[in-house]
Design a protein around this ligand. Structure first.
Ligand SMILES: [Zn+2]
Length: 212
């Protein structure tokens, strides 16, 4: 059988310049690259996983160096270093998506007993089943985050929700708001487009998701 999926390292050039290449033993151009591991399908990188560190590559001999051994501290700060003095790195997009998929599968399974239970609820829930599903999702996210410090998906993917302002712990109200906004479809995709990977629910509750 062919291997159709795997992981692949992809480097994005974040800086260029010249340096004294130890191998060429003369001045060369370099590419400073931020490397990310991607989940790949048919050798095409699809889902970004985690940062795997930066490399500095000589454009001539292609040798890769550890950037901090070549560049001065004022020229280079590691992209894997945490943002704004956070103690733990921001959770990768792949883990966020993975965690959400696991929770969605679990919640879909919970819809089956709910389909039987609605018979005993007011008729409106029977006619409009989604009215019963949304509260279930909200309650699930709320209860899991508040009492168990994370959903099943988050636990499996080893990521945590924390307060962005360390001084202010997440209150029950903030967890509730977060859970409500999280159930709104599609909008949370914005987490892919900001450096702290915050979804709308994270903005509302002032939370961030970090690696365990
Ligand atoms: Zn070289």
């Amino acid at each position: 059988m062919l291997f159709i999926f795997g992981t692949k390292r992809v480097g994005k050039t974040i800086k260029t310049g010249t340096f004294q290449c130890p191998r060429c033993n003369c001045e060369r151009d370099y590419l400073l690259k931020q490397n990310k591991k991607f989940f790949s399908l048919f050798f095409i990188p699809v889902i970004p996983l985690n940062n795997v560190g930066d490399t500095l590559q000589c454009t001539f001999c292609k040798t890769e160096y550890i950037p901090s051994t070549i560049l001065a501290p004022d020229e280079y700060t590691s992209s894997t270093a945490t943002i704004d003095g956070l103690e733990r790195p921001i959770a990768s997009a792949g883990k966020r998506i993975g965690s959400y998929i696991i929770d969605a599968i679990f919640l879909t399974l919970l819809n089956f007993p709910l389909a039987f239970a609605v018979k005993y609820l007011p008729k409106i829930f029977n006619d409009q089943f989604f009215l019963a599903i949304f509260p279930l999702w909200i309650i699930y996210f709320f209860v899991m985050e508040l009492f168990f410090k994370g959903t099943i998906g988050k636990k499996i993917c080893s990521i945590d929700t924390i307060s962005e302002d360390m001084e202010k712990p997440i209150t029950a109200l903030r967890y509730l708001l977060r859970s409500i906004v999280k159930t709104v479809p599609v909008i949370n995709i914005i987490f892919l487009f900001n450096d702290k990977h915050k979804g709308c629910h994270d903005f509302v509750a002032n939370t961030i998701v970090v690696e365990k």
